[in-house]
Ligand binder design. Structure first.
Ligand code: AGP
Length: 607
C-alpha cells in the first residue's frame, strides 16, 4: 500500500505533489519522491529513503520546476526501503509511480535482462518503466499506446501513474485492484490513490474502475480500456472533509482496517499460490528440507496468529510445532537446534521481545524466518529470511488486518512446508487452496452482515467482565476476541478453551456475564454446543459466532453473529471478524478513543 499523486495544469507541480503526499503519508512512509517534467528538458526525479520530511528537506535545496509531475510515498513490498528503491523509477524517458504488486515481475525481469536491460533497483515497479520505455523505443505511435502495450504484459495489482520526457504535458494513469481517483479542475487535472490528496484543489472526482486507463492533459481527461475503447465515467462531488476522506469515510482507522481485511488477505496471497501446481511459493525461499520442528514466537495479537499457525503447520506439514511468547522465550533455557525453523511473527517488525527472542534462537543455531508487515524492519533484518504480509500500514493501535494477513502468511507457509516434506498430498493441497481462495469473498460477506453488533454492544457495554470460549482453531480466536475487547473498551475479558470451562471459570458464570461462544459448524461443534448449554444452565448471556443458517444455535443464544461456512483450519479468518467488530462497537458505545486506547503503543520497542 503506497500513496501516489499526479498533476498536470497551469500551476507549479512540486508544491501540489508534496501537499498531496502529506495527506497520503498514512498509506506508507518509508521513502518518498517526485518527478517533474520541465518543458521538453529532461524530467527531474528527486527521491530518498525516509519520511516525507526527508524529501521536503531535499526539495529545499532544489525545487524542480514544471507544471506536470508525479509523486509517491512508499510502503515497501519488493525491495527494502532505500534511495534506489524509492519511486519514481525512471528508465529512458519514462518515470513511473506504482501502488500494488506486479506478480510476474520475476519472469519479466529475466526477459528484459536478456534483451540487454539493466536494473537499478530491486522493485517490481522498475519493470513497468522498462516495458513502457521499450514500447516507445520500438515505435509505439503514442504515449498511451506504449502504456497499453506494457499493461498487456503485466499481471497483478496496480495503480500506476506515468510521465515521459517525450510527452511533457501529459500524464497517464492505470488501475487494476489498487485505488486511483481523478480530480477535475479548471485547466488542470489530478490523480491520486485517495481523495484527501486532492480535496484542497477540487471536489469533483472520478473513481476509476479496474481495467481503466486515463490520459490527462490540461484540457482533457480521457478514460479508455487496454484496447483503446473509450469509457464513460461519471464525475462525483465529494462532500467529506479531508480528514474523513483519509479514513475513506470511516470514523476511525480501526473500522477502516477491519473492512480492509479481504484486500489485505488477497494481497498477502497474491502471486504466492500456484494453483496449477497445488503449491505455495514464498518469494524465492525454499523451506522444508532439514527441518524437524517449527517454533513460532511472537507477542500479543501476533502470538494468537502463531497459535492458529500451529494447527496449520501440524495439519499440513505434520511437523511438530511449538508456539512461544517472545517475552518468555529467552528467560528459560529453550531447547533449540540447527534443525529448527524459528519464525518470529510481528506486525511492526520492531517488537523488542520478538527481536531478542529471534536473535537468541539464531545464536542457538536455528534457521530463522520473519513474518512481518514492514519491509526491512529490525526483525526482518535479524532473521535469515522474511515473508512479508501485504496488509499496508496499520494505524489503529488494536491490530486487525495485520492479524488476518498473518494468518494468510502462515497458511502459505503450511502449504509450502507440507508440499516440501511430501506430507501434504497434491489432492489435499488442491482442496485446501481452493477453499483458501474463497476466503476473501467470505470475509466480505461476513463483514457485510454485521448490522446487529451495535445493538449487542449497547446492551452489554456496562458489563464488568466478558468470557470468550472456543475450541481447536477457534481457541486462539477466543483469546484474540478477549484481547481486542480489553484493549479498546477497558472491560476485563478472558479467552478460554471451551473444554476448560468446567475446570474453573464456570464458577464466574451468572446472569451478569456475557459469554461469547465461537461455535461454527465443523470439528468440535457438538462439544461447544454442550459448553454453551452449561453456560445457559447458569443464566449466562450467550452471544454466539455461528455458521449462517444454524437454527440450533439461534434457539439457544441471546444473540448470534453469523459467518459463512469454511473448513476448520480457515475458520479463524472469519470468526475473528465479528469479535473485532464487537470490541469496536463496545468501545464506541463507551465513548473511548478507539484508535489510540489509553496506555498502549503501536510498537512496543521496550522489554
Ligand atoms: C494488538 O492489538 C496489540 N496492539 C499488541 O498485542 C500487538 O499485537 C503486540 O504488541 C505485538 O506487536 P507486533 O505484531 O508489532 O510485534
Amino acid at each position: 500500500m503506497c500513496g501516489i499523486v499526479g498533476y498536470v495544469g497551469h500551476q507549479q507541480a512540486t508544491p501540489i505533489l508534496i501537499g498531496g503526499l502529506r495527506r497520503l503519508e498514512y498509506r506508507g512512509y518509508d521513502s518518498a519522491g517526485v518527478a517533474v517534467a520541465n518543458n521538453g528538458n529532461e524530467t527531474r526525479v528527486i527521491r530518498c529513503r525516509g519520511k516525507l520530511a526527508a524529501l521536503e528537506a531535499l526539495l529545499e535545496q532544489e525545487k524542480p520546476l514544471g507544471t506536470c509531475g508525479i509523486g509517491h510515498t512508499r510502503w515497501a513490498t519488493h525491495g527494502r526501503p532505500s534511495d534506489e528503491n524509492a519511486h519514481p523509477h525512471k528508465v529512458g524517458s519514462v518515470a513511473v509511480v506504482h501502488n500494488g504488486i506486479i506478480e510476474n515481475h520475476v519472469g519479466l525481469r529475466v526477459r528484459l535482462r536478456a534483451a540487454g536491460r539493466t536494473f537499478s533497483s530491486q522493485t517490481d515497479t522498475e519493470i513497468v518503466a522498462h516495458l513502457i520505455d521499450e514500447a516507445l523505443l520500438e515505435g509505439a505511435p503514442s504515449f498511451i499506446d506504449a502504456v497499453r502495450k506494457a499493461l498487456r504484459q503485466i499481471e497483478g495489482a496496480y495503480a500506476l501513474v506515468v510521465l515521459s520526457d517525450l510527452y511533457p504535458d501529459q500524464i497517464i494513469g492505470a488501475k487494476n485492484s489498487s485505488p486511483l481517483v481523478i480530480g477535475l479542475g479548471k485547466n488542470e487535472a489530478f490523480l491520486a490513490s485517495d481523495a484527501p490528496a486532492i480535496l484542497e484543489h477540487t471536489r469533483e472526482v472520478i473513481f476509476l474502475e479496474d481495467g481503466d486507463i486515463v490520459e490527462l492533459s490540461r484540457k482533457d481527461v480521457r478514460v479508455s480500456d487496454v484496447d483503446g475503447k473509450p469509457l464513460s465515467r461519471a464525475p462525483r462531488t465529494i462532500t467529506w472533509t479531508a480528514a474523513q476522506a483519509e479514513k475513506a469515510g470511516y470514523p476511525h482507522f480501526m473500522l477502516k482496517e477491519i473492512f480492509e481485511q479481504p484486500r489485505a488477505v488477497t494481497d498477502t496471497l497474491r502471486g504466492r499460490l500456484l494453483v496449477d501446481k497445488n503449491d505455495a511459493v514464498l518469494d524465492g525461499l525454499d523451506l522444508g528440507s532439514g527441518i524437524d520442528r517449527v517454533v513460532l514466537i511472537a507477542c500479543g495479537t501476533s502470538y494468537h496468529a502463531g497459535l492458529v499457525g500451529k494447527f496449520l503447520i501440524e495439519a499440513s506439514a505434520r511437523l511438530p510445532c511449538e508456539v512461544d511468547l517472545a517475552s518468555e522465550f529467552r528467560y528459560r533455557e529453550p531447547v533449540i537446534t540447527g534443525r529448527d525453523l524459528v519464525v518470529g511473527i510481528s506486525q511492526s517488525g520492531e517488537t523488542a521481545d520478538t527481536l531478542a527472542a529471534l536473535k537468541e534462537a539464531k545464536s542457538r543455531g536455528a534457521r530463522t524466518l520473519a513474518i512481518c508487515n514492514v519491509v526491512d524492519a529490525a526483525i526482518a533484518r535479524a532473521a535469515d529470511a522474511a515473508l512479508y504480509t501485504h496488509a499496508g500500514p496499520e494505524i489503529g493501535v488494536a491490530s486487525t488486518k495485520c492479524f488476518t494477513a498473518q494468518l494468510a502468511a502462515l497458511t502459505l507457509l503450511s502449504i509450502h512446508l507440507g508440499r516440501r516434506t511430501g506430507r501434504l498430498s497434491e489432492d489435499a493441497a488442491a482442496d485446501f487452496i481452493r477453499e483458501l481462495l474463497l476466503i476473501p469473498n467470505k470475509m466480505t460477506v461476513a463483514l457485510e452482515s454485521m448490522g446487529e453488533i451495535s445493538k449487542i454492544a449497547e446492551r452489554y457495554k456496562n458489563a464488568k467482565d466478558f468470557l470468550f470460549l472456543g475450541r481447536g482453531t477457534n481457541y486462539p480466536i477466543a483469546l484474540e476476541g478477549a484481547l481486542k475487547l480489553k484493549e479498546i473498551s477497558y472491560i476485563h475479558a478472558e479467552g478460554y478453551a471451551a473444554g476448560e470451562m468446567k475446570h474453573g471459570p464456570i464458577a464466574l458464570i451468572d446472569d451478569g456475564i456475557p459469554v461469547v461462544v465461537i461455535a461454527p459448524r465443523g470439528k468440535g461443534y457438538e462439544k461447544v454446543l454442550s459448553n454453551l448449554a452449561e453456560v445457559r444452565a447458569r443464566d449466562g448471556h450467550v452471544i454466539a459466532v455461528a455458521t449462517v443458517g444454524d437454527k440450533t444455535i439461534a434457539e439457544q443464544c441471546h444473540s448470534v453473529l453469523w459467518i459463512p461456512d469454511a473448513p476448520a483450519l480457515l475458520q479463524p479468518l472469519l470468526t475473528v471478524l465479528p469479535l473485532q467488530m464487537l470490541s469496536y462497537c463496545v468501545a464506541l458505545a463507551r465513548g473511548n478513543d478507539v484508535d489510540q486506547p489509553r496506555n498502549l503503543a503501536k510498537s512496543v520497542t521496550v522489554e
